[in-house]
Design a protein around this ligand. Structure first.
Ligand code: PFF
Length: 454
């Protein structure tokens, strides 16, 4: 295995690619709602504590394993613990990524369709029944499949150009455009009459709403949002040069991801409030597809400049989903290239086919296959459930245990400080190490048990 590997060409490109993986649908349709439900600014505070104490150390460790291992997840673990069973954690990560991509691409497909619809002014009639339109679309046998495959095809098209020319270059462009767009949408949303109540819903701190459950949901959301536990950070890190500061990069990515989630909330929630008040109804800001594909089209149809805002918003949604999807597909592609010794183009095709077939089943579970259940869940819900609630936390937990108990402390600290060249205070490096070794396994087990029994 001494084939020269591609690397990211610039620090900015690497940060944008990793931030792109983190920033996705989770930021747009879950975070704002969770904030509103769980005490606003109080939730942000808890979220940040969870982020710093639990997620950041695990992210640093995933990054560190990838950079030190230097290969796809399977081989990276194998290089750090040669011949041991630990490499199967790497395999689990590849499998998790493939499973997430298989349902993520269905929603990605919906955003392609909604972007095209918004370009033909489909969301300009305030009297349309957007719930019925959405239900009709996702339930139809062919259309959503077509869009799912278009989305997956776009993902593959970016990856086929490789780490530098494909992933890095496109992430830089897409994330920049995404930030500009979302800020424009925030300006529109906040200047609507009545928007301030939405801002209040998001931010007013209410510590009485903070319970143990809040802390656990904050942890779960932080893991999913930062894309930890399924090998995306690890795979990207294997393309990072030995000069990068792992701790600083991880901190920047977490900061950007959280900032984006808050900005996305400001783009959505105040607008939903403003339009609901205009119509004299209660605002509905529940999380998930309903918010993005039913409530928001209704909101856009009633706001001044709504046609333009709809185009911008669905473009942002598509870009956010795409940058996450490329990171997921790259995990599978890197595995196929290095373990099955196929060319990049072939590996992309194979990933496209595997995730495409599962994706088609996920998509059909809203229509013709509605009655088909796996463990009582539709195919889509099954993949969503097992990945978010089981595979990611288990992956994160095993990763933390590996970093804390299997890697030697000296090696961990050596990689973290680039062989002592970086000026990271020893107490800080040791704190990160012990958070991973002792606190993270307990914390993650808690999320896991909570999710399993709730
Ligand atoms: N972080 C992405 C989001 O917030 O939508 C979802 C995700 C992407 C999870 C990549 C895991 C992953 F590996």
């Amino acid at each position: 295995m001494n084939k020269p590997r591609e690397t990211f060409n610039s620090r900015m490109g690497m940060l944008m690619a990793m931030a792109g993986s983190a920033i996705g649908l989770g930021n747009i349709w879950r975070f704002p709602y969770m904030m509103g439900r769980n005490g606003g600014a109080a939730f942000i505070l808890i979220y940040i504590i969870m982020l710093v104490v639990l997620c950041l150390p695990v992210m640093v460790s995933e990054y560190l394993i990838g950079r030190r291992g230097g290969f796809n997840p399977f081989s990276s673990f194998d290089r750090l613990a040669p011949g041991s069973k630990w490499r199967w954690i790497g395999f689990l990560a590849v499998l998790s990524s493939a499973c997430i991509l298989s349902f993520y691409c269905v929603v990605g497909g919906w955003s392609v369709k909604y972007l095209l619809d918004s370009c033909t002014l489909a969301f300009s009639n305030p009297h349309s029944d957007y719930a019925a339109a959405f239900g009709g679309f996702i339930g139809s046998p062919f259309k959503p499949l077509l869009y799912t495959l278009i989305f997956l095809g776009l993902t593959g098209l970016i990856i086929v150009f490789g780490v530098h020319k494909g992933i890095e270059r496109m992430s830089k462009i897409m994330i920049t455009v995404l930030f500009v767009i979302i800020v424009l949408v925030v300006v529109r949303s906040l200047t609507l009459p009545g928007a301030v109540d939405g801002v209040r819903y998001m931010f007013v701190p209410d510590f009485s709403k903070v319970t143990a459950g809040t802390c656990i949901s904050a942890m779960g959301q932080a893991f999913f949002s930062l894309s930890i536990g399924c090998g995306t950070i690890l795979t990207y890190a294997s393309y990072v040069s030995k000069q990068e500061n792992i701790l600083a990069s991880s901190a920047w990515i977490s900061f950007f991801d959280t900032l984006f989630a808050i900005i996305a909330g400001l783009a959505i929630i105040p607008a939903v409030y403003a339009i609901a008040y205009m119509n004299g109804v209660e605002p509905d800001v529940s999380a998930g597809p309903g918010l993005v594909f039913i409530t928001l089209p209704g909101v856009f149809s009633q706001m001044p400049l709504g046609g333009v805002v709809a185009i911008l918003f669905f473009l942002a949604l598509l870009l956010a989903a795409l940058t996450s999807a490329i990171s997921l597909m790259e995990v599978v592609v890197a595995f196929i290239i290095e373990e099955l010794r196929r060319s990049r183009a072939r590996a992309v095709l194979m990933s496209f086919l595997v995730c495409g077939v599962v994706g088609v089943f996920c998509s059909l579970s809203f229509g013709p296959l509605e009655g088909f259940k796996l463990f009582g869940l539709s195919v889509f819900d099954f993949f969503d459930y097992i990945t978010s609630n089981i595979m990611l936390p288990v992956g994160g937990l095993l990763l933390a245990v590996f970093a804390g108990w299997r890697l030697k402390r000296a090696n961990y600290l050596d990689e973290l400080t680039n062989g002592g060249k970086l000026n990271i205070p020893r107490w800080l490096a040791l704190t990160i190490y012990y958070l991973v070794k002792l606190v993270a396994p307990v914390g993650i087990s808690l999320i896991f048990l909570n999710c399993l029994f709730s």
